[in-house]
Write a protein that binds this ligand. Structure first.
Ligand SMILES: [Zn+2]
Length: 292
């Protein structure tokens, strides 16, 4: 069994990303202005034209090409986006209905996304896993059962990552496909040690620049408004959505329309050397033979 001891510096990183910190609601209201607040409080039936008109479009040519380049990477640090480029990512699926709807919307706009799937969901819906792949999207993994890995010891965490990847790989195998090497931490919760083990096992950790927080019990319009505001403030980046929420499926057409109007381009991600499920998983530290 390979044992890799990393420097103290890696341990010191021990990153715990605060994925749950929300912008205060007053930010949303100030962005919308008083004229639009009423339309938000009426819920999903609010007139969308009123909602959308609260934005000032970015300068540039409207209706530019939305589908951007495809970036192929072998490591996290190779994901370098240019200003105006976004990567769409969808976590926690697949789920019948919402994932199907999101696939149809992505097709309609001609853009590619990356789906970070749970092993448990992939086991329940293997045909849907294959459908996502057949539509040309990139499939990564997100553990087997969406546990907070930062609360597990290292062998348990590695086993959870590996089990998720194996389950997604099993769903894709009948189509003679394999998952990419992309992996995202549930809740974005991680430690430096677990991240190092994942990287040593050839996973490419996919971080998040803009969290839509589409899991909040809000209307699709509220999520859309906040996500666009954060995107405009940053100018591009990796956007986190979840393909298990109806509001996400509902907001996606308007979101992509807004991206096109603001001259963003949607970049597709690919990893080098997918199909790592047959490879041994490297443990960064400690006893591991029982688990892998
Ligand atoms: Zn998740």
């Amino acid at each position: 069994m390979s044992v890799v001891l990393r420097s103290v510096g890696v341990l010191a990183v021990a990153v715990l990303v605060l994925a749950g910190c929300a912008k205060p609601p007053e930010m949303r209201e100030s962005l919308l202005g008083t004229a639009s607040i009423d339309s938000l409080t009426t819920g999903a039936t609010a007139p969308r034209a009123t909602f959308r008109s609260s934005y000032q479009p970015m300068p540039g040519i409207a209706n530019a090409q939305l589908s951007g380049r495809t970036v192929t990477v072998g490591a996290t640090e190779q994901i370098v986006l240019r200003p105006g480029e976004v990567v769409l990512t969808f976590d926690d699926g697949p789920r019948p209905g919402t994932t199907d709807s999101i696939l149809a919307t992505l097709d309609q706009f001609g853009v590619k996304a990356t789906f970070l799937m749970l092993g448990s969901s992939a086991e329940r819906h293997p045909a849907l896993v294959r459908k996502v792949a057949e539509h040309g999207h990139t499939i990564g993994t997100h553990t087997y059962d969406h546990v907070d890995l930062s609360k597990l010891d290292l062998p348990e965490a590695v086993a959870e990552i590996y089990a998720g990847q194996q389950a997604v790989a099993a769903a894709l195998a009948p189509a003679e496909r394999a998952p990419s090497r992309f992996f995202r931490f549930p809740y974005l919760a991680q430690t430096g040690l677990i991240r190092t083990s994942a990287v040593d096992s050839r996973f490419i950790v996919l971080d998040v620049d803009i969290d839509s927080k589409d899991y909040y019990k809000e209307t699709a319009e509220q999520v859309l408004e906040r996500t666009l505001a954060r995107l405009d403030a940053r100018g591009g980046g990796i956007i986190l959505f979840h393909d298990i929420h109806l509001r996400t499926a509902e907001l996606l057409p308007e979101f992509l329309t807004a991206l096109r109007e603001r001259n963003y381009s949607v970049v597709g991600l690919r990893s080098t050397g997918g199909g790592v499920f047959d490879m041994p998983v490297v443990i960064a530290e400690g006893p591991s033979a029982d688990l892998i």
